[in-house]
Ligand binder design. Structure first.
Ligand code: GRF
Length: 210
């Protein structure tokens, strides 16, 4: 099997990164993780990736004049490691439209809300403030607009009476850790089609605990 060479971009904790690394350990998983890169040299996830035996790199965005300058060395790393797919996992930088378009269909992101609801930050606080009863997470193809792009997979959970932003975040995160490997499996297997915002695949792409 030709496993897709996959890079993960992080900015911090890296728990989704760990779930992807774990999933890709299984020999029949259609992606292998070949690189973990962070824009923050102090991202805790980098040490975990190194410990898992994966090549790591820090490209500190602060030392570059702008987004394009930052993406130069990032792209060079992807070239060196012959990267086919990019997974954004808690990566807190916006990428330029040029970069995203170059990787169109080969770059995916996980977002802690049921898109198209709650794009942006503080999704759990906003969901609680709105009183929604169902919340969750989404993996989608990345397009130049933030938190938009064809939806690959979603998981929904019930909001409980005594939920705080923290308890809700923790339960959504548990779902994220299951969902992201499923979504990467879909993309890396190539077993899907895209029609506008709709991604169709025979592989599992939705779950609900409501
Ligand atoms: C996750 O909730 C992810 O959905 C969001 O940022 C958080 C990253 O957490 N984009 P981690 O670094 O994967 O632990």
């Amino acid at each position: 099997m030709n496993r897709r060479r996959t890079a993960i971009l992080i900015s911090g904790r890296g728990s989704n990164m760990r779930s992807l690394i774990e999933a890709a350990r299984v020999p029949d998983f259609p992606a292998e993780i070949v690189l973990v890169a962070s824009n923050r040299p102090d991202a805790p996830g980098l040490a975990d990736a190194k410990q898992a035996g994966i090549a790591t790199a820090a490209v500190d965005n602060k030392i570059y004049a702008g987004r394009e300058e930052f993406e130069g060395p990032l792209q060079a790393l992807f070239d060196i490691h012959r990267v086919d797919l990019i997974c954004l996992a808690g990566f807190m930088r916006m990428l330029t439209a040029g970069f995203v378009e170059r990787w169109s269909g080969r770059i995916i992101n996980i977002h802690p809300a049921l898109l198209p609801a709650y794009r942006g930050l503080n999704t759990h606080e906003r969901a609680l403030a709105d009183g929604v009863k169902i919340h969750g997470c989404t993996v989608h193809f990345v397009v130049p607009a933030m938190d938009e792009g064809p939806i690959i997979a979603q998981a929904a959970i019930a909001v409980l009476n005594d939920d705080t932003a923290e308890t809700l975040a923790a339960r959504v995160l548990e779902e994220e850790h299951k969902l992201y490997p499923q979504a990467l499996r879909i993309v890396a297997s190539g077993d899907y089609s895209v029609d506008g915002n709709r991604v169709r695949s025979k592989l599992a792409s939705a779950s609900a605990r409501v």
